[in-house]
Design a protein around this ligand. Structure first.
Ligand code: ZN
Length: 56
């Protein structure tokens, strides 16, 4: 399992009970979000950024 980093500031999330919390910017993920495929999320984000770059 890879270390999960914050979407906003790239700080490392900390596990707190059933949540992931970024103590740097306050972003958090709930339990249900922990079961997402993190690599897929990152790939989706990269694809989105790529599309944005391709647009005029
Ligand atoms: Zn953060």
């Amino acid at each position: 399992m890879s270390i999960q980093k914050c979407d906003r500031c790239a700080a490392q999330y900390k596990f707190l009970h059933c949540k992931l919390i970024c103590h740097n910017c306050g972003a958090r993920l709930d339990c249900s979000d922990l079961f997402i495929d993190w690599e897929r999320v990152q790939k989706t984000r990269q694809d989105k950024e790529k599309k944005q770059r391709e647009q005029p």
